[in-house]
Design a protein around this ligand. Structure first.
Ligand SMILES: NC(=O)c1ccc[n+]([C@@H]2O[C@H](COP(=O)([O-])OP(=O)(O)OC[C@H]3O[C@@H](n4cnc5c(N)ncnc54)[C@H](O)[C@@H]3O)[C@@H](O)[C@H]2O)c1
Length: 263
């Protein structure tokens, strides 16, 4: 039987994290580096990536950064082509954004962009990963949202649709590729303090957006743990899922939401 430290270690592994420059993705990069993984860090924010890479440079892990707009399918194809033989064995589809617009004012472009960043990026990234790894298998961790299961705001419908698609994508891939050695799961975060959610909170307060402030209060009242979560608390669950501790966890949907979905 393997020791616990061995089960948790990611030494000799290479993990690709999208949306790594900020928030949950950044916290994942820090924890995965601590567990010994080499990293491919992907984000549209080149400056944020290089700052993170500098921070991680003191360790022994090998880090590559890739400034990529994941809404651009051709850029995703180029990313996989550019990897050469040194492909990651673990893919974390974390990048996303939560654009809001009144449903009746939504146009094609808005819907397209929301689906591209939150759903299609994960789908094309998974396709490139599976094609590259072929029969070697690997680990995929997708990131959905509580919004996929319980709609909170009426101006977030396309985001909820995209994140519900991420749940379906996860189960579809788990069903199709489990026997080829791919382990696929999805995290369902909610109420995590990150630059993304802080921007929303800040804007609601600055603009005295009563509707948004009400959402915040309603949201807070459903957090059974009585507090917002930290990005690191999602990163730690991702680390468990990526590690051999979770070797029989497959096709699972794991909320990291302070009890939001349960209350
Ligand atoms: N924070 C929460 O409470 C929460 C709740 C539910 C789901 N999520 C999901 O978790 C993930 C991370 O959220 P976060 O709160 O850390 O967000 P964040 O805004 O703090 O960070 C997101 C990162 O993704 C990157 N990104 C955005 N668009 C990109 C693109 N087109 N190409 C490449 N990179 C891009 C950003 O540059 C940023 O570094 C998202 O998928 C989000 O939907 C977060």
């Amino acid at each position: 039987m393997k020791k616990l430290t061995e089960l948790l270690s990611l030494k000799g592994r290479r993990v690709l994290i999208t949306g790594a420059a900020a928030g949950i993705g950044r916290a994942m990069a820090l924890r995965f580096a601590e567990a010994g993984a080499d990293l491919d860090l992907v984000d549209i924010d080149a400056a944020g990536l290089s700052q993170l890479a500098d921070e991680l440079a003191c360790g022994s892990h090998r880090i590559r950064t890739h400034a990529v707009d994941l809404t651009d399918r051709a850029a995703i194809a180029a990313l996989w082509e550019g990897m050469g033989d040194e492909l990651p064995d673990t893919l974390i589809n974390n990048a996303g954004s939560y654009p809001m617009r009144d449903f009746e004012e939504m146009d094609c472009r808005f819907l397209e962009k929301t689906l591209q960043v939150n759903l299609e990026s994960a789908l094309w990234m998974a396709q490139g990963f599976i094609a590259g790894r072929k029969r070697n298998g690997g680990v995929i961790i997708n990131v959905s949202s509580v919004e996929a299961l319980i709609p909170l705001r009426d101006d977030l419908i396309p985001y909820g649709v995209a994140k519900a698609g991420v749940l379906a994508l996860t189960r579809g891939l788990a069903h199709a590729y489990g026997r080829d050695g791919f382990r696929v799961n999805v995290l369902v975060p909610g109420a995590i303090r990150t630059p993304g959610t802080e921007r929303l909170r800040g804007a609601a307060i600055r603009q005295i957006d009563v509707d948004m402030i009400k959402t915040g209060i309603h949201f807070g009242s459903r957090l059974a743990l009585g507090r917002w979560g930290k990005a690191d608390e999602v990163a730690c669950v991702a680390l468990f899922l990526a590690s051999d501790l979770a070797s029989y966890v497959h096709g699972a949907m794991i909320p990291v939401d302070g009890g939001f979905l349960a209350s």
